[in-house]
Design a protein around this ligand. Structure first.
Ligand SMILES: Cc1cc(Cl)ccc1OCc1nc2ccc(F)cc2n1[C@H](C(=O)NC1CCCCC1)C1CCCCC1
Length: 233
């Protein structure tokens, strides 16, 4: 039985990532708001664009704290952020959706989201993803590392020095692998399941533009930042 050893520098890396992740949480109030009231498709769309805009800003701050990220080529830094923002949004949504809530709240939240204005055809893939994330019962460290790993995906469009990104991602993957082995000793496949979620996340990425443009309302307004990130308008 090999002894799994998280080195001192890996512990330091994990602490930096976790602190950054906890510092850069957008207010969890989107779930609370949705539980409080039923909104029109227009109000829900506005809520999404507000939450998404602040999430992107938070994501930039989180990313700047990933050791080594600011040493990457500057255009590659932008390409990584642009390429991962939607996936990070769905990952965040999944984490918000899967948080422990009082009895019956998750069902109300799901019902509100189903009636929010998003077209019916996207509900199944979106909730399948949320539930598969929920089933993992990730600890904070795993969530933070998974977000960092998503951002540091080398094969995003327009990334020039993929090897430099790969090296950063690999050091995150190594810490996550050890953490999973320590946190879930009975589940040797846990780490692989975690990475499998990133594949499911990419499929959601493909739907996002259509999810927005098919929102049951006309005249969809986006902030300039979201036009950059969401390939819309
Ligand atoms: C992320 C995303 C992208 C596209 Cl294209 C379409 C849709 C979407 O989120 C769906 C989605 N899944 C959710 C699960 C739990 C939850 F509390 C809110 C959720 N949302 C939307 C939301 O506020 N997401 C933000 C969460 C924080 C991080 C930034 C994003 C609300 C907007 C109001 C109408 C009901 C859906």
């Amino acid at each position: 039985k090999e002894k799994i050893e998280i080195t001192k520098e890996q512990q330091a890396l994990m602490k930096i990532i976790l602190d950054a992740y906890n510092r850069h949480q957008i207010p969890q109030d989107v779930a609370k708001k949705l539980l409080q009231d039923q909104y029109s498709a227009e109000e829900n769309f506005l809520l999404l664009t507000e939450m998404a805009t602040s999430q992107v800003q938070v994501l930039v701050e989180f990313t700047k704290n990933i050791p080594g990220f600011l040493s990457l080529d500057h255009e590659d830094q932008i390409a990584l952020l642009k390429g991962s923002a939607v996936e990070a949004m769905f990952l965040r949504s999944a984490q918000v959706f899967s948080r422990k809530m009082p009895k019956g709240h998750t069902e109300v939240l799901e019902a509100r989201i189903r009636k929010s204005g998003i077209s019916e055809e996207f509900m199944t893939p979106m909730f399948n993803f949320y539930k598969s994330i929920g089933e993992l019962h990730m600890v904070q460290e795993e969530q933070a590392l998974l977000t960092a790993i998503t951002i540091l995906t080398p094969d995003r469009p327009h990334v020039k020095d993929q090897h430099a990104v790969e090296r950063l991602q690999e050091s995150m993957l190594d810490v996550l692998r050890k953490l999973c082995a320590l946190q879930h000793p009975q589940e040797p496949q846990y780490f692989a399941r975690l990475l499998g979620r990133l594949t499911e996340l990419r499929t959601l990425n493909h739907y996002h533009t259509e999810m927005l443009t098919s929102w049951r309302m006309n005249d969809h307004k986006f902030t300039p930042l979201l036009c950059e990130i969401w390939d819309v308008q």
